[in-house]
Ligand binder design. Structure first.
Ligand code: FHN
Length: 457
């Protein structure tokens, strides 16, 4: 596409996009929500707690990680760069059924989804006007993001968009006359860099004006994120959809932190840069329980095996109990859990993922009251149990089941009642200066975590 044609389309699209959204904006968003900044945006985020992450694209045909085979040189990649790029010509997920994904998401206890609209390879799973490297030019030919967003809208299921600022396929992002290996982190020093940021603006405008309500934009800037001028895109997102949350992976604080494949040991406070895959960066986190105004919202993203994309050779599946216990660690520190699946190339979801998701959904159906719309509990850093809280209720998630009596440290409140959440039976207890001693004799514990509801006067 020639630059001047591109610029004409760009101007026409942006004018249409901004005016169309201005009208809907005033209808959809009470003005006070905009003035209250992120409080309104984050209310739903905090209530929902448990989301489904989906990494899916032509790379799903090759049982490799998304994008990395064209970004870094490794002798053990099962695919060359040209073979990776050819995957776009054969991607044809004939069994893709968004309603099947949503049925499974709901059965698993998920309350929102985040989908890869564009990964680092630059391939667009939506019908963008600004690139031909896209799903509607594949043998499949249909706009998958549109199919998914329509299905979510019909079921009122929140859908967010993962969007990669790194883009190996755009001439403004890197010098494409050279191998990707030399410049996968981008070349902001080049004169063409501004055209890439404009491209990002156009694509984000498409995603925020043509695919219904967007719950979140999940950027994945990798390294040196300041080069993307993130505030420009946060302003754009909130001009088009003020209620859309934005994570912290485009070089700004954003609405929530994004630790990946690890769980912070304590409750995160505002002001720390909580992202990436290195838990060691957070070993000195304060153990203190923060006041709510000092709390930083956060969301762990995690795979069920070790690969974000579909990988037939990756059998390192976490067990359902491990995933449930991880979720208890996350929820007890006020975090959200974004659990990832990589659908097969035909659009179906492998049994090893389904089994674990349904087991988690069973646990959530029994214990959801102790998860959804809760925050971190008043008792932290204890052996054998974690706590979440809502109003005058503290939920004790017991990980190591005691013999006969459970001792829970006190938090300065008078206890009114104690019950086993699963069957609502009252449990005998004694409150003393140190806390509560609960008689759990005869209770059959859950293999992952057993929840006891403690209500205060
Ligand atoms: O390279 C990506 C990876 O594919 C995946 O999207 C994760 C999710 O946070 N982010 C990057 C690796 O850190």
């Amino acid at each position: 596409m020639k630059m001047d044609e591109w610029n004409i389309r760009r101007r026409r699209f942006l004018t249409a996009a901004i005016s169309a959204s201005a009208a809907s904006l005033l209808m959809r968003t009470p003005l006070n929500a905009m003035s209250r900044g992120n409080n309104m945006r984050m209310r739903n985020f905090r209530q929902r707690k448990f989301g489904m992450f989906v990494h899916w694209g032509p790379y799903s045909q090759a049982s490799v990680e998304a994008s990395w085979p064209i970004m870094v040189k490794r002798d053990d990649w099962p695919i060359t760069v040209p073979e990776y790029q050819d995957l776009a010509t054969t991607f044809n997920p004939v069994n893709f059924d968004p309603d099947e994904w949503l049925d499974l998401a709901r059965a698993a206890g998920h309350k929102y989804m985040v989908f890869t609209t564009k990964h680092h390879d630059g391939y667009c799973m939506f019908d963008t006007l600004y690139s031909d490297y896209k799903i509607t030019k594949s043998p499949y030919g249909k706009d998958i993001v549109k199919m998914l967003s329509d299905a979510c809208a019909k079921r009122d299921f929140p859908l967010g968009f993962y969007y990669s600022p790194p883009d190996m396929n755009h001439p403004g992002f890197r010098d494409m006359s050279k191998p990707t290996y030399d410049s996968w982190h981008g070349q902001p020093e080049r004169a063409e860099w501004s055209s890439y940021l404009d491209y990002m603006e156009l694509q984000l405008s498409e995603l925020l004006t043509r695919y219904g309500t967007v719950d979140t934009i999940w950027f994945d800037g990798l390294w040196g994120m300041e080069k993307y001028n993130g505030q420009r895109f946060i302003d754009l997102i909130h001009r088009l959809q003020p209620a859309t949350t934005v994570n912290n992976r485009i070089g700004t604080e954003g609405d929530y932190g994004t630790p990946e494949q690890f769980i912070p040991q304590h409750i995160p406070r505002r002001g720390i840069d909580l992202t990436g895959t290195d838990p060691k960066r957070y070993e000195s986190m304060s153990q203190e329980i923060p006041a709510i105004e000092d709390f930083m919202d956060w969301e762990v993203c995690m795979t069920i095996n070790d690969t974000w994309a579909y990988n037939v050779n990756d059998h390192k599946y976490k067990s359902a109990d491990e995933l449930i216990r991880s979720s208890v660690e996350i929820f007890s520190r006020g975090g959200n859990f974004l659990l990832n699946i990589g659908p097969r190339p035909d659009g179906t979801i492998q049994p090893e993922f389904r089994e674990r998701m349904l087991a988690m959904g069973k646990w959530m159906s029994i214990n959801g009251e102790a998860v959804y719309d809760t925050l971190y509990g008043p008792v932290q850093n204890q052996e054998g149990y974690r706590t979440t809280a809502r109003e005058n209720h503290v939920f004790v998630h017991v990980l190591d089941w005691p013999k006969g009596k459970l001792n829970v440290r006190g938090w300065g409140k008078k206890i009114a009642s104690v019950q086993l959440l699963s069957d609502k039976r009252p449990l005998p207890f004694v409150q003393n200066d140190d806390g509560i001693v609960i008689d759990v004799a005869g209770v059959k514990p859950d293999s992952a975590a057993t929840v006891i509801k403690v209500s205060t006067v």
